[in-house]
Design a binder for this molecule. Sequence first.
Ligand code: SAM
Length: 243
Amino acid sequence: MLSLDAFNLLLDPEHEHACQQLIQDLGIAPVSPSTDLTCRFLLIFDHQSRLGLIDCEADRRRPYYPEISARRQNQGIDPLMRAIGHRANLVVDCTGGWGIDAAHIAAHEIPVVAVEQQPVVHALVKNALNRCDNDKITKNLSWLQGNSIEYLEKMNSAAEVIYIDPMYPPRPGSAAPKKPLKLLQAMSAGDQQDHVALLKLALRSASRRVVVKRPHYAAPLLPGKTGSTESKLVRFDIYPTSS
Ligand SMILES: C[S@@+](CC[C@H](N)C(=O)[O-])C[C@H]1O[C@@H](n2cnc3c(N)ncnc32)[C@H](O)[C@@H]1O
């Protein structure tokens, strides 16, 4: 994961309190608008108090503002929800990312605990969640910062369903990923993630099933899946459990 030294926060008198809070919570250095920027990533607030992220090495330095909202719901052809199960009582999303999948599950009135290890990504999504006007999502989504391996190890009781969406390596020759995914990839550069270890632990920690998102071109993370649901680009591998 990229060190927090790679991030700066643009000081903004309109959002002084929120800026100080972020500096304290994340330990990132503030910069004033007149400073020459040398950082890789810059956090900024806009007029609507949205927290955004600029990749200073990108060709176009336009901020990305994550949004948490409900995706169109269609039970018949919703591969994520078919894999999770519409009657799940609790889902632990071990790879929170931009919170898109977690929010989608929560919008179906299923309680979700989502864990994101990257503190800046966590802060950006937390800000987006504070702006979210979908009651089902805000009521059902708990957004935590930390390592999900540690979270699963400390969990008191089994989670019914565990969801894992690992970052997969780009396939040579395929189209460049969209901006949000590109940002996540840049921020987790150098990570030696052991997603197999995470899946093995998840299989011991879920009472009903573990769901793993994979691109079509990638093999399952582990043998033992009993089925999968599919969309055009991805597959959701289903591993039943019985802890
Ligand atoms: C491909 S993204 C997930 C995208 C997410 N499903 C969404 O809807 O936005 C993978 C994310 O998992 C996070 N991650 C990977 N391993 C983790 C772990 N052990 N604990 C917590 N977060 C982890 C990475 O930091 C990254 O943000």
